[in-house]
Design a protein around this ligand. Structure first.
Ligand SMILES: NC(=O)c1ccc[n+]([C@@H]2O[C@H](COP(=O)([O-])OP(=O)(O)OC[C@H]3O[C@@H](n4cnc5c(N)ncnc54)[C@H](O)[C@@H]3O)[C@@H](O)[C@H]2O)c1
Length: 325
């Protein structure tokens, strides 16, 4: 198949590209290497893919590029490009979220519609639920984002649904619940916790550690994302939770990381941060029925894989630079 992945140099996008190339698909990856985190990290993510003759990297910005030519004769577009992270979405930072999450998605949908792309899969987020009223939260529960980031992810999801309803654009939106594993973004908590444990430095813990999350291993997320593009006869405008089967508190994760790394994580306790939901947990019956997907990786096994990945980098490069925030 001819497929396109946006955000192809990022954490989840690059992992999806590797899966698609391993199956022999012809893949165009789109990424403009935003400055949110180190370009070298993203270049390392795609180093393997670039050696594959079926892979083309298009270094273009979705908010300005003419996408018509790129989307011609394409079976599936996986739209994973975006500006992630809750903490920088306040104040002046919002403009960036508005542009990279909402405008970029509208341009992808418009170009996909014009080009007759067979399926558009959009990477939505559990952050659209905010502090949900019940757990596990179902796709039909009222979205009440608790951060500006969540608002932009929900707005883009609505764009997918309304393009489907008005124009029949075959969209599928996947609400990812906190994704972790090898290549996890350096601003994300598990990445920073593991690096702190390896380096023996203190980890700033925001809140009391009792925040409970559905954590979802990246290979499970890639499998769900792959199914979202490949499963036949999925209703246009569909929305699915992509949530790990096992939830855990932040404190439980900290204990697991200490055990896997072999030295307990030292904590620097800080007040809770604005925009962080206290709990997430997604119902997965709908995606199991429609796409045949459930997560299979335990948090302990997933963390073990992420520790192994970061330990290799740590032993090669030494201590990681200070976290973004
Ligand atoms: N990681 C998670 O836990 C998580 C959870 C829920 C939703 N998501 C969503 O999944 C998607 C991927 O997340 P990730 O963690 O891999 O993030 P990431 O930052 O690692 O990857 C996103 C990539 O998109 C690229 N990009 C951004 N704007 C672009 C534009 N206008 N044109 C071209 N490229 C652009 C960036 O350079 C980056 O490489 C995002 O849309 C995010 O909102 C992620």
């Amino acid at each position: 198949m001819n497929v396109v992945v946006t955000g192809a140099a990022g954490f989840i996008g690059s992992t999806l590209v590797d899966r698609l190339l391993s199956e022999g698909h012809t893949v165009v990856g789109i990424d403009c290497f935003t400055e949110y985190y180190d370009e070298a990290t993203k270049r390392a993510n795609i180093a393997g893919a670039l050696g594959n003759p079926n892979y083309t990297l298009a270094e273009i910005d979705l908010t300005t590029a003419d996408l018509g030519g790129v989307f011609a004769d394409v079976d599936v577009v996986w739209h994973l490009a975006g500006q992630p992270g809750v903490r920088l979405s306040w104040s002046a930072g919002f403009e960036r979220y508005n542009t990279l999450n909402i405008l970029a998605t509208q341009r992808v949908l418009e170009a996909a519609q014009q080009a007759g792309v067979g399926r558009v899969v959009y990477a939505s987020s559990s952050s659209i639920y905010g502090n949900a009223e019940r757990f596990p939260t179902e796709e039909t529960d009222l979205p009440q984002p608790f951060s500006p980031y969540g608002v932009t992810k929900l707005a883009a999801e609505h764009l997918c649904s309304l393009y489907a309803a008005n124009w029949g654009t075959p969209t599928v939106s996947l609400r990812y619940f906190t994704v972790y594993g090898p290549r996890q973004r350096p601003d994300m908590a598990f990445h920073r916790m593991i690096n702190a444990a390896l380096a023996g430095t203190k980890f700033p813990l925001f809140g009391d550690g009792q925040q409970r999350r559905s954590f979802t291993f990246v290979q499970d997320v890639v499998d769900a994302t792959h199914r979202g593009g490949m499963t036949p006869d999925v209703a246009p405008g569909s929305v699915f939770n992509v949530a790990g089967e096992q939830s855990a508190t932040v404190t439980e994760v900290i204990d697991m990381i200490g055990e896997i790394v072999g030295s307990p994580l030292q904590l620097d306790r800080q007040p809770a941060q604005a925009g962080d939901a206290l709990r997430t947990g997604g119902a997965t019956e709908r995606i199991a029925a429609a796409l045949g997907w459930t997560a299979t990786t335990s948090v302990y096994d997933g963390l073990t894989a992420q520790v192994a990945h970061l330990r290799t980098i740590f032993e090669r490069d030494g201590a990681a630079p200070p976290p973004v925030d």
